[in-house]
Design a protein around this ligand. Structure first.
Ligand code: PMP
Length: 423
């Protein structure tokens, strides 16, 4: 028996499903999760003594590669001076300033411990500012697991959501409306009908949770216009796409500025972190300045801040992003060549340092399109890639990521694996 199998068996005795986050359990592809003993640069070293080229990168954060020496040194030096104070440290201001350099429209920032916490708090803020109940989200966009957001689409575009998880009250879910991504007409119709009750609209401005889907221009314009016309707040959840589509704000590339921005992943350099921010006027609604309450014992934790600062400093001049993006393009071009040569019906999407290979012959514009992909074929491809030394996200719905440490050699090896794994 492989050591990973034994470790998973042991874990299942004490951890629910053997994991602390469901997708790690490999349910959608079958098989046993790979246990990691260490990671360096673009590589995962497994408990079974294999080395894998990693395109998951902790689901996005590790844009500098694993165990970047500067980030690790910052963590070690800071931890040696104490790991939590429960009172301010200068590092919090510095980390926020580093973030604001890339996101100047986040005039004021609140730092928290995860993407879930940041999105949950941003929604509370939107409702607190507008004094309205309805949140609009899009099917296939994941924004963490707070109650308002665990809502799947109803059957029709304009139906109210029903809970996606046991334990979420219908009463909570009924204040979330779910529409299809890129459905401009449904968005406009919803605002026509219920605009006076809508507090905010939240979306991934480029998605990573139904693979990589970009918004159409008409959809983006309608989002901004509808929110402006009806006094709703537009929330960009850049937890995943932040620092991944461009070297900083996705909103810069899209040419639309949101009212509230939510971040996570990269800004914590691999440590638990989230942030949300907006104009000073909106953020003034937040406690201790205003009536919207939100707090955290470990928020702005010094070790987390140190990792975030070290990461953001290294990203400043754009060269790390460029390196990662160039490698992503090389990889995607190579995959495209393989698919073309074989005449296979796949859709390949790249946005900056994110990419996704869909097992579909149809265009992919929203979650329903992704749901109709050939999941069995994906599962076979995933396991074959793994056997050939390449670690991909264990789900067709997830994006792949590159780091500044992936090399031409890694790409070559990955393409060889891809050639074997696509049929
Ligand atoms: N928003 C987006 C876009 C995400 O991708 C995620 C997590 N993948 C979250 C929010 C939640 O972040 P966390 O897992 O840190 O709570």
């Amino acid at each position: 028996m492989k050591l990973s199998q034994k470790l998973f068996n042991d874990a299942q005795e004490i951890l629910v499903g053997g994991v602390n986050s469901p997708v790690r359990a490999f349910k959608s592809v079958g098989g046993t999760p790979v246990y990691i003993s260490s990671a360096q640069g673009p590589y995962l070293h497994t408990a079974d003594n294999d080395t894998l080229i990693d395109y998951v990168l902790s689901w996005g954060p590790m844009i500098l590669g694993h165990a970047d020496p500067d980030v690790i040194k910052a963590i070690q030096d800071t931890a040696a001076k104490g790991t939590s104070f429960g009172t301010p440290s200068e590092l919090e201001t510095e980390c926020a300033n580093q973030i604001r350099h890339f996101y100047p429209h986040m005039e004021k920032i609140r730092l928290v411990n995860s993407g879930t916490e940041a999105t949950m708090s941003a929604i509370r803020l939107a409702r607190g500012v507008t004094n309205k109940p309805i949140l609009v989200k899009f099917k296939g966009c994941y924004h963490g697991h707070s109650d308002s957001l665990l809502v799947a689409a109803g059957s029709g575009g304009l139906t109210f959501g029903s809970p996606d998880s046991a334990g979420v009250l219908e009463d909570t879910a009924k204040h979330t409306v779910v529409l299809n991504y890129n459905d401009t007409e449904a968005l406009k119709a919803l605002f026509q009908e219920k605009g006076d009750q809508i507090a905010g609209v939240i979306l991934e401005p480029v998605t990573g949770n139904m693979g990589v889907i970009k918004p159409t221009e008409s959809f983006l314009n309608a989002l901004r216009q509808s929110c402006d016309d009806h006094g709703a707040l537009l929330i960009f959840d850049e937890v995943m796409c932040g620092f991944r589509i461009t070297n900083g704000a996705t909103s810069d590339v899209l040419g639309i500025t949101p009212d509230i921005t939510v971040l996570g992943k990269v800004i914590g350099g691999g440590m638990p972190c989230g942030a949300y921010g907006a104009s000073a006027e909106i953020m003034a609604y937040l406690s201790p300045e205003g009536p919207v309450y939100q707090a955290g014992t470990l928020s702005g934790n010094p070790v987390v801040m140190a990792a975030g600062i070290a990461t953001l400093k290294k990203l400043r001049d754009g060269s790390m992003f460029k390196k990662a993006e160039n490698m992503t393009t090389t990889l995607c071009n190579g995959i495209q060549d393989i698919l073309n040569e074989k005449g296979l019906p796949y859709v390949l999407r790249q946005a900056g340092t994110m990419w996704c290979l869909y097992f579909s012959s149809d265009d992919i514009q929203n979650c329903d399109d992704v749901s109709s992909c050939n999941m069995e074929a994906f599962s076979k491809y995933f396991h074959s890639m793994l056997e050939n030394g390449v670690y991909l996200p264990p789900s067709q719905f997830e994006a792949c990521f590159l780091s500044a440490t992936h090399t031409e050699k890694d790409i070559e090896k990955s393409l060889k694996a891809c050639k074997i794994s696509t049929q």
